[in-house]
Design a protein around this ligand. Structure first.
Ligand code: GAL
Length: 651
């Protein structure tokens, strides 16, 4: 397995490199990632390629038997290129040019940027195709991160119109589909169609969803062009990846499509970042891993794992001793097979002065160094366990077009897609059962349980797949706003909600209400949950049960109808959660489901995570104490933030 650090030798005096490599080696590393922001160093002037700096670094690394992942440098381009061709710079929603000086400010639709990127990538990969030490290529760096997936320049506008023309062929078809009869927006030709830039009120939802599809198309076309070049010139021994950043549901591109051309997925795991005074929840961190494992449905790498406090202008929480190590154990539990820490040493100059590395700015090899060293020395013993496949009975489904549809029209001030997905994911996470997080387009027939949060776009075909799944004995949990829209982002005409899943849910919805971010609505348990009192937030679907049983109803003088229902259909069961129910309420439902479905799970105290892995007949359990207190799980004492692997656990 590969373990190591992200190393930027170009940031340091040349006479320190050997000493650094020695320190990296003694950390237990056998890999570094280099190069991903060094375009200018490799092409200081147009067409003058010079890889001698990295040649020398690689030779030094080879002496210590350290392999290399090399990043193609297109995430930051040289100043000479921006000066010569300002059209490569992207524009924000107000039409303002994103100035040279940050990173990722290029437009994915700039023909010139595509040309220059292709040239540097080709030269670089050709230069190193037979370099044995380079065993993997990373294409670009964190596609779409930091808002770089959105651009409103003229090049994008023109390409967007062409994209629409290819899709609809006839402008009348677009008019019909968008419903431009509304507000008299009918277009005579494609060149009249605007980008959804700021205007009074809002643009057509159909136009906006097509714009999001176009953004995704633009980014992925660029990414795939770059990938194709690397594939064409790289050596057979060199693998290919690109690194996925956090906040993946807030991006304007389809990640599955982005990654499907890669050999493996790599992920940058930052449980906390600048400005955050505490890390995201353990479930939220786990979701990142399960999402990345879901992209190619196989185990993945982490190429940036946090160790020190991070931030650009504002710094965040400092992981407590052993907490970052525990996050690494958690990542390995959830399918990470190889790991690099970001970054070897914190940089003293430039925008990332406050991104603390494994080694301090003062070159002190202190607590962080020792923590990484201890992790590396322990985890290598489990290499084969880490490589084993993870089998999940529960899948959480998402769909980027649905997510974009929500981003354009939030409907409730309290709505956030990631939070709604976590609302359904967390109860199963807490039961310590493996969960796959996968696109709804994927074959889901082999799972026992599907959690389907806020999937408002459901067409006939997807509706059929859900029906078949239920007929065959599957369990589905839908949450509010399910199935209200078609793929055009329009509301289904002449269909009672929840649209194509009405029959399997056994309910009808005729009234809805958005709750403000501070508002709560009381709900009370019925049937098996009789006597329970709880509350709901974000949204209320006022449900009329047809064949469904009521599990919770609104405690409301006017609309005291069902809030949560359960319906038997075929051999399966379909739950409908019509509002943002509280965690404990969802946990009770999840527990009943895993018990009924005989899904392997383990109840544990809050903050104690137990992740099962299997290698042949043998079981391994990754134990993580996410809390600052000493905890005991089945007679095993876990110190604050302790993590380890055990082979036997009492039932
Ligand atoms: C990542 C990025 C790195 C660095 C790091 C800082 O998102 O890929 O280049 O910026 O964050 O924590």
């Amino acid at each position: 397995m590969y373990i190591g650090v992200d190393y930027y030798p170009e940031h340091w005096p040349e006479n320190m490199i050997e000493e650094d490599i020695q320190g990296i080696k003694e950390l237990g590393s056998n890999m570094v990632r280099i190069g991903e922001f060094a375009w200018h160093l490799m092409e200081p002037k147009e067409g003058h390629y010079d890889f001698s700096f990295f040649d020398s670094v690689i030779n030094k690394l080879k002496k210590q038997n350290i392999d290399v992942m090399f990043g193609t440098p297109t995430a930051t381009f040289p100043a000479w290129l921006a000066k010569q061709h300002p059209s490569i710079l992207s524009k924000d929603e107000n039409g303002a040019v994103r100035a040279f000086g940050g990173r990722r400010q290029y437009c994915f639709n700039s023909p010139l940027y595509r040309k220059y990127s292709a040239q540097i990538t080709e030269q670089l990969v050709k230069h190193y195709c037979s370099e044995e030490a380079i065993v993997a290529w990373q294409v670009d760096n964190e596609f779409g991160h930091e808002g770089s997936d959105m651009c409103y320049c003229e090049q994008c506008h023109k390409e967007f119109q062409q994209f629409l023309e290819r899709k609809y062929k006839d402008i009348n078809e677009l008019n019909e589909k968008y419903g431009t009869i509304f507000w008299g927006q009918t277009y005579n030709e494609f060149t009249e169609v605007p980008m959804p830039v700021k205007t009074i009120t809002t643009h057509s939802p159909s136009l906006k969803l097509d714009w999001a599809r176009f953004r995704s198309f633009s980014l992925n076309r660029y990414a795939h062009e770059q990938t194709a070049i690397v594939k064409k010139y790289k050596g057979d021994h060199q693998l290919l990846t690109t690194n996925v950043s956090g906040g993946f549901f807030d991006k304007w591109f389809d990640h599955e499509e982005n990654l499907e051309v890669m050999d493996f997925v790599s992920y940058d795991n930052y449980p906390v970042w600048g400005g955050q005074t505490e890390p995201i929840t353990p479930a939220h961190i786990a979701l990142g891993h399960d999402f990345n494992r879901g992209l190619l449905h196989k185990n993945f790498w982490i190429v940036e794992e946090l160790m020190g406090a991070q931030g650009h202008d504002v710094i965040g929480y400092l992981p407590r001793p052993n907490q970052a190590k525990m996050w690494s154990y958690q990542a390995f539990a959830h399918g990470c097979t190889n790991m690099l820490y970001f970054r070897w040493r914190g940089m003293t100059r430039g925008a990332e002065q406050y991104c603390y590395g494994v080694v301090g700015h003062d070159n002190h090899y202190g607590r962080r160094y020792k923590e990484v060293q201890s992790l590396f020395s322990e985890i290598v013993h489990y290499e084969h366990v880490l490589e084993s496949d993870i089998k999940s009975d529960v899948a959480v489904l998402y769909d980027y077009e649905n997510i974009w549809s929500w981003r354009f029209q939030q409907q409730s001030e309290g709505f956030d897609f990631t939070q709604e997905l976590l609302r359904g994911y967390t109860p199963f996470y807490k039961l310590n059962t493996p969960i796959d997080v996968i696109p709804a387009s994927r074959d889901f027939s082999s799972y026992k349980v599907l959690v389907v949060p806020a999937l408002q776009i459901i067409d006939e075909e997807l509706g059929k797949r859900f029906t078949e799944f239920t007929e065959n004995g599957g369990v589905i949990i839908f949450t509010f706003r399910t199935g209200i829209k078609d793929k055009q982002n329009n509301i289904h005409f002449k269909q009672t909600l929840p649209g194509y899943v009405k029959e399997i849910t056994g309910i009808e919805i005729h009234e809805v209400e958005a709750l403000s971010s501070t508002q709560k609505a009381a709900i009370k348990g019925k049937g098996p949950y009789e006597g329970e009192e709880s509350s709901a937030s974000v949204w209320r679907d006022i449900i009329t049960p047809v064949t469904a049983e009521v599990l919770y109803e609104y405690d409301d003088p006017f609309y005291n109808q069902a809030a949560v229902t359960k319906n038997q259909f075929g051999r399966g069961t379909v739950y409908y959660v019509g509002c943002g129910i509280e965690e404990q309420t969802f946990e009770k439902i999840a527990l009943d489901i895993v018990k009924q479905q005989h899904i392997e799970h383990r109840e544990s105290e809050d903050g104690i995570e137990v992740y099962p892995r299997k290698l042949g007949e043998k079981s391994y359990y990754f134990l993580m104490n996410h809390t600052s207190e000493v905890k005991v799980f089945k007679d095993i004492v876990l110190q604050p933030y302790e993590s380890r692997v055990v082979e036997n656990i009492q039932p």
